[in-house]
Design a protein around this ligand. Structure first.
Ligand code: CAA
Length: 249
């Protein structure tokens, strides 16, 4: 809790990406104290300038969440400068798409470290405080491709499916301390990551979405802010699909 302003503090990892940016804006608009994490200095400088120009003032903290030490140093800096973290949004993620026959070990390990091990690295270092303060929200940003699989994404789908396994188990462990743990599984959203998919392939994918379009980053951000709110205190271990009907089950 930000004592001076009586606001809950939310950390969004991978804040400078398409989804992260939308989440930061929405959370700020909804009255949270928002801090973001980034890895590339150049991108962070441009992001901060653009956000300030638009009237969104958000402190960014550097840290490589794919390592335990990187995540730990970042979280220490945030706690010292801003205060203890009430809500952690594990959003940082990358793709290294390719069929398994072509997948180099580096493509596998980089995706698992960045998308899945980061969830342990960050959560492990905020969970004790949440338990002590009897309040916490862990929100893991997974993917429809963790739920159903995707040609060319063995690494990414494995990491994203793993995130929800983590959610379910941790939800059970910390429920009695007022800490909730949930997963959000977005479908294809209009981010740079999705726009990097070859046009022909992407058109085929969108054709399979009953809504016939990509999702908006603001649509995912709205769900994040909902799950971060006080009133969602009985929702835990859930996996929220937000995919325009692409995968229903
Ligand atoms: N199902 C079955 N077969 C397929 C297929 C599919 N979906 N896609 C391609 N193939 C077949 C092709 O027809 C081809 O067969 P032939 O050799 O018999 O002609 C073979 O597989 C090779 O296809 P490619 O030429 O496409 O193979 P590639 O190795 O050059 O490229 C790829 C593979 C990089 C994975 C490319 O297909 C691709 O980029 N796919 C999109 C993957 C994707 O959706 N990524 C999502 C990124 S965004 C994201 O991840 C956010 C999120 O959470 C949703």
């Amino acid at each position: 809790m930000d004592k001076a302003n009586n606001k809950r503090i939310v950390l969004v990892t991978g804040a400078t990406g398409g989804l992260g940016t939308a989440m930061c804006k929405k959370l700020l608009q909804d009255g949270f104290r928002v801090v973001g994490n980034y890895i590339t200095h150049e991108k962070a400088e441009k992001w901060t300038k653009k956000m300030n120009d638009e009237g969104f003032h958000i402190d960014l903290f550097h840290g490589d969440v794919s390592t335990f030490e990187g995540a730990g140093q970042m979280i220490k800096n945030i706690v010292e400068k801003t205060g203890p973290i009430d809500t952690l949004v594990n959003n940082a993620g990358i793709t290294r798409d390719g069929r398994l026959v072509n997948m180099k070990p580096e493509d596998w390990y980089t995706v698992i470290n960045t998308n899945l091990n980061s969830v342990y690295n960050c959560t492990k270092q905020v969970i004790d405080g949440m338990i002590e303060r009897k309040f916490g929200r862990i929100i893991n940003i997974s993917s429809v491709n963790g739920q159903r699989g995707q040609f060319g994404q063995t690494n990414y789908s494995a990491a994203k499916a793993g995130m929800h396994g983590f959610t379910k188990s941790l939800a059970m462990e910390v429920a009695k301390y007022g800490v909730t743990v949930n997963t959000i599984s977005p479908g294809y959203i209009g981010t740079d990551m999705v726009m990097a998919v070859p046009e022909k392939v992407l058109n085929q994918i969108v054709a399979q979405v009953p809504m016939g379009r990509l999702g908006g980053t603001h649509e995912v951000a709205h769900l994040v802010s909902f799950l971060a709110s006080e009133e969602t205190s009985f929702i835990t271990g859930a996996n929220y699909s937000i995919n325009g009907g692409q995968h229903v089950y």
